[in-house]
Design a protein around this ligand. Structure first.
Ligand code: DPM
Length: 315
């Protein structure tokens, strides 16, 4: 009988991906004790290319494509992603089936021990800060022009090792990733969310599944979080309306108060000279409309020209 078949969860092999997939597996297993859930791992392109700056290979779906192929081929039933790595447009036949409760979506600074009394604002001029996020780079350059920014790749452990060995004076990472891996104690400074607007979907997990598989889709209700979902739908609609096809310096911030959802957004030039900001508020039930409206507001304020220039540079 169909209902007794094992549910297969697709996951990347990275430590963070496995922690996330096993968390979803455990939560679903608790909620559906009559079913069996197993995790099947696979490597994605993003796991294999480690020596090229992320922005240059910033192809959509870098971390998701292989998992999507497996879902469409019925080799796995759904995939667990860091929502921020899931493209805003999914392949035909797949959908965003659930979004889990978000952790702190902020960015964090981890510092070399020799500077442990300092913050981003007080680090000496020329201190080397590692990030390969164009979003972090542009915003931090704007607010902290005295710092030098240098690309960094590799998994969390590799990055922390490069910091500890002195190749960087500080590195920027997501609070959520560090916490999920039990390395929250390395966080030295949580960066003001108005200084570094976070990435779309940061801190939440996205469950991607087949659009026509109602049996699988029905399993997600216990792990689906409504406020996070509405916030992330607004953020994703904003990005979808702006996107140029590669990694771009776009940041967001959302909040829900009562039945009102507020979305703040930013589009920045890579040199950090120009930041185009805006804000739209609306009913929490109209999240995607809010995202689209903010995108159009920013396009009218110069964001389109910024994005066109960046797309041309990385083509
Ligand atoms: C995306 C970005 C980064 C990841 C770009 C951005 C960071 C790359 C870097 C789209 N995906 O944030 O502007 O700093 O070199 C990634 C992380 C997590 C999911 C790690 C991180 C964990 C946090 C989460 C990589 N994807 O951002 O430090 O689940 O939100």
């Amino acid at each position: 009988m169909l209902t007794t078949r094992t549910v297969r969860i697709g996951s990347r092999k990275s430590q963070l991906a496995l922690v996330q997939s096993h968390w979803v597996q455990a939560e679903l297993q608790k909620a559906h004790s009559d079913r069996t859930f197993e995790v099947k791992t696979m490597s994605t392109q993003g796991d294999k290319i480690l020596d090229v700056p992320l922005a240059k290979i910033g192809d959509k779906g870098l971390f998701t494509k292989e998992l999507e192929v497996a879902m469409l081929a019925n080799e796995v039933d759904f995939a667990v992603h860091s929502l921020k790595d899931l493209p805003t447009n999914l392949p035909e036949g797949l959908m965003l089936g659930a979004v889990t409760e978000r952790e702190d979506p902020a960015d964090a600074m981890v510092v070399h021990p020799k500077y442990q009394d300092l913050k981003l604002e007080t680090l000496p001029a020329g201190a080397v800060v590692g990030t390969s996020s164009l979003r972090r780079l542009a915003q931090l350059r704007h607010h902290y022009p005295h710092l030098t920014f240098k690309d960094i790749r590799g998994n969390l452990n590799t990055r922390l090792q490069k910091l500890d060995e002195g190749e960087y004076d500080a590195i920027i990472l997501a609070v959520a990733g560090l916490q999920r891996l039990g390395m929250g104690d390395r966080i030295h400074q949580i960066i003001d969310p108005d200084i570094s607007l976070h990435a779309v979907g940061q801190g939440a997990l996205g469950i991607e599944c087949r659009a026509d598989d109602a049996e699988i889709l029905a399993l997600f209700a216990p792990i689906s979080h409504y406020p996070t979902t509405q916030r992330c739908l607004a953020e994703r609609a904003f990005l979808r309306e702006l996107e140029g096809g590669c990694q771009v310096p776009i940041g967001v911030n959302t909040a829900i108060e009562g039945d009102r959802l507020t979305l703040k957004g930013i589009v920045a030039t890579l040199d950090g000279q120009t930041l185009v900001r805006g804000e739209v508020q609306g009913s929490v039930t109209q999240s995607e409309e809010i995202g689209t409206e903010l995108a159009n507001q920013l396009k009218g304020k110069g964001a389109q020209a910024i994005l066109d220039a960046i797309v041309a540079e990385f083509r």
